[in-house]
Design a protein around this ligand. Structure first.
Ligand code: PRP
Ligand code: URA
Length: 210
């Protein structure tokens, strides 16, 4: 059963609106993507396992103190725009390793084209969090997830900032075992596969290209 988590936290909604604004500068855009990723990391890591340890406080000893069990995580941003989400996530899970998958969407066919892949050696042992701010047709994210599954990775989550209904449906249909975390679900795609209202081209806005 596919799981879709939509964030309704006011801080997240406020920052998403600032991100959408065409007058937001590249510097502000980058900072907002980083802050949003950090806020979302809190919920994405909600199911991390804990173990009990013994700790001495200044007044007593407790054997029921809980600490993270140390589950290994790998972040996998989809290049380019996913890169903007890495630092925010790492501020919450600083020991995560980072792999990269390079995909771009062919502007004519809207199909993803792979051009780069470098993953941590022990990635199959890790919980993998795939990052891409935009889930439009779902072609790129679905292909990236399949690419990871083909390498034997079983435990995958997908985190995006803005999703079109078409993309969300596609990923959940192709990968019902992969929970999708999303800050905003928009109205539709336009004829060029851009999310409406969206925020434009995330990679261009993040890196100041056009
Ligand atoms: C954007 C975005 C996603 C993809 C979403 O990347 O970052 O990867 O489009 O579209 P889809 O859901 O229809 O596949 P783009 O191809 O523009 O590459 P870039 O990040 O290098 O700009
Ligand atoms: N990629 C983007 O960066 N923006 C969209 O709206 C769709 C795909």
């Amino acid at each position: 059963m596919a799981q879709f988590f939509l964030f309704d936290h006011p801080l997240i909604q406020h920052k998403i609106s600032m991100l959408r604004d065409k007058n937001t500068s590249t510097k502000e855009f980058r900072e907002l993507v980083q802050e949003l990723s950090m806020l979302m990391a809190y919920e994405v890591t909600r199911d991390l396992p804990l173990k009990e340890v013994t700790i001495e406080t200044p007044v007593a000893t407790t054997s029921t103190a809980k600490v993270l069990e140390g589950k290994k995580i790998a972040l996998v941003p989809i290049l380019r725009a996913g890169l903007g989400m890495v630092d925010g996530m790492l501020s919450i899970v600083p020991n995560a390793k980072v792999g990269h998958i390079g995909l771009y969407r062919d502007p004519n066919t809207l199909k993803p084209v792979e051009y780069y892949c470098k993953l941590p050696e022990d990635i199959v042992e890790r919980e993998v969090v795939v990052l891409d701010p935009m889930l439009a047709t779902g072609g790129s994210s679905s292909a990236a997830i399949q690419f990871l599954k083909d390498r034997g990775i079983k435990n995958i989550k997908f985190v995006c900032l803005i999703a079109a209904p078409e993309g969300a449906e596609r990923v959940m249909k192709d990968h019902p075992d992969v929970p999708v975390f999303c800050a905003a679900k928009d109205e539709k795609l336009n004829d060029h596969g851009y999310i409406i209202p969206g925020l434009g081209d995330a990679g261009d806005r993040l890196f100041g290209t056009n």
